[in-house]
Design a protein around this ligand. Structure first.
Ligand code: BES
Ligand code: MN
Ligand code: ZN
Length: 497
């Protein structure tokens, strides 16, 4: 989709197939809605006397209004004015884009981003608009052959603003486009079935990104090279599957070489393309959803794509440890002790706590880059879903500045996280009589002890961990990957560039 600004002075003069204007609940018109109302002899006021009341997530279509050049005016409900915030704006843009797609129009103009909203700027609202537009164009088609919805015709979405603010809006639109593209890549990888989206496929996808974007340098380590790195914990998980593991290193080198002596930022993704639990096998119900256990890796690839598209002036490195967790004669057994790349030994008491086993070696690998910060992203624990549901990702960090910056990036993009504790006192639960640590910490605070396990591999740099088990995909009728936390990560990297 193409995004631009539309700076025609009189809104009623704008020629477009669909013009989007917002109305608050209780009949308060936004400034653009008021302009249209006046030009059309009160068409919107009249609408508000009918069943349309401006509730959030509702809309009405007005055609051929007198005095208005747009073919249709789409009135979008924004809910109560005092409750209007970034997330309401973002949902309103999403509704507008999907209504336009549904009406099969080819071009549209939105005025929603002109409405001021606490904690946002025109740039961030423009970013939200483009991300919403880009997301509305996502269709999963890779393995469907029948009853496909036709691809939406919507090709051009414009943001209505004044000429003096156009540059700021365009900067936001550019960021939103890159974020939306990154999210759609992450969603596609998540939604693809695990027999096709294998570790090898993730490696191929990374290589393809390296071809498409000049700034990206990609290296895919095979089992032999992973063995040479002595990633004993990662390899112990991979050993149970016939599908070969890969370790992906994808680097964004800004134009003119490494950016001004600044240390790189490193993203580490959990890439379990299927997690059956292994010998500690999971129950059958909903096990298909464990194809989404590579969503951390997918978010790293999506974010690297966004970083490359934006040509960020900052070195960013993505690391992905990818394999399957399967039961077999070669699989990990409860009681096994393995040696991680760091040299620390691990007693595997539950083979389903495999994410931390693949991540710990990736975190040790990250040391060689002498990074400014390392952020790992993982669908790590069911306990995190119990704690935070599907609203916030869990954020764990021992570095308050890093944590605050990540939380802020989440707030700014509506891709929110919530900080969780990481006190030393929880470390006790990982004690083992037969190794340096156990891979599980028992029932209490399951997402915290998982983070505590990872913290033992991150002593030499500033580190944060995002548990996205509740936010990376939706279940039920709407089953599908969300593309989170690509917006949070990309925004964080923009703010550090
Ligand atoms: N990939 C799962 C975590 C998960 C479960 C994410 C359900 C989303 C929904 C992870 O590998 C896992 O199995 N974790 C175990 C850890 C336990 C054995 C300590 C869990 O959460 O049950
Ligand atoms: Mn598991
Ligand atoms: Zn897992």
């Amino acid at each position: 989709m193409e995004f631009s600004t539309q700076t025609t002075a009189g809104l009623q003069q704008v020629r477009t197939a669909a013009l989007g204007v917002g109305v608050f609940a209780d009949g308060v018109l936004t400034a653009p809605a008021e302009v249209i109302d006046r030009a059309s002899d009160g068409a919107i006021s009249a609408l508000l006397k009918s069943e349309f009341k401006g509730k959030a997530n509702t809309h009405a279509v007005l055609r051929n209004l007198p005095g208005v050049k747009a073919e249709r005016v789409i009135v979008i409900g924004l809910g109560k004015q005092e409750a209007y915030r970034a997330s309401t704006h973002s949902s309103a843009e999403q509704l507008f884009a999907s209504v336009c797609a549904g009406l099969n129009v080819a071009d549209a103009v939105s005025t929603l981003a002109t409405v001021e909203c606490e904690g946002t700027t025109l740039r961030s609202r423009a970013r939200a608009m483009a991300a919403a537009g880009q997301r509305s164009s996502y269709r999963y088609e890779a393995t469907r052959t029948r009853d496909l919805e036709p691809a939406p015709k919507l090709k051009k979405l414009s943001l209505w603003t004044t000429r003096s603010k156009s540059a700021e809006a365009l900067a936001g639109l550019k960021e939103g486009t890159a974020i939306g593209n990154g999210m759609n890549l992450a969603r596609l990888l998540g939604d693809m079935p695990p027999n096709l989206c294998t570790p090898t496929y993730l490696g191929e996808t990374a290589k393809k990104l390296g071809k498409d974007f000049k700034s990206l340098k990609v290296e895919v380590l095979d089992r032999k090279k992973i063995e040479a790195e002595k990633m004993g914990a990662f390899l112990s998980v991979a050993r149970g599957s016939d599908e070969p593991p890969v370790f992906i290193v994808i680097r964004h080198i800004p134009k003119g070489g490494k950016s001004k002596g600044k240390a790189p930022l490193v993203l580490v993704g959990k890439g379990l393309t299927f997690d059956s639990g292994g010998i500690s096998i999971k129950p059958a119900a909903n096990m298909d959803e464990m194809k989404y256990d590579m969503c951390g890796a997918a978010s790293v690839l999506g974010t690297m794509r966004a970083v490359a598209e934006l040509e960020l002036d900052r070195e960013v490195i993505g690391l992905i440890a990818s394999c399957e967790n399967m039961p077999s004669g070669r699989a990990n057994k409860p009681g096994d002790v393995v040696t991680s790349m760091s040299g620390q030994t691990i007693e595997i008491l539950n083979t389903d706590a495999e994410g931390r086993l693949v991540l710990c070696d990736a975190l040790t690998y990250a040391e060689r880059f002498k990074p400014e910060a390392v952020i790992d992203i993982a669908t790590l624990t069911g306990a995190c879903v119990v704690a935070l549901g599907h609203i916030n990702s869990g954020l764990f960090s021992t570095d308050d500045t890093l944590a605050e910056d990540l939380l802020a990036a989440g707030r700014e993009t509506g891709d929110t996280a919530w900080r969780m504790p990481l006190d030393d006192a929880y470390q006790e639960q990982l004690r083992s009589n037969f190794a340096d640590m156990a891979n599980i910490g028992g029932m209490p605070a399951g997402s915290v002890t998982a983070a505590c396990f990872l913290s033992r591999y991150t002593k030499s740099y500033s580190w944060a961990h995002l548990d996205i088990a509740g936010t990376a995909w939706k279940s039920g009728k709407e089953k599908g990957a969300t593309g989170r936390p690509v917006p949070l990560l990309t925004q964080f990297l923009i703010s550090r560039s």
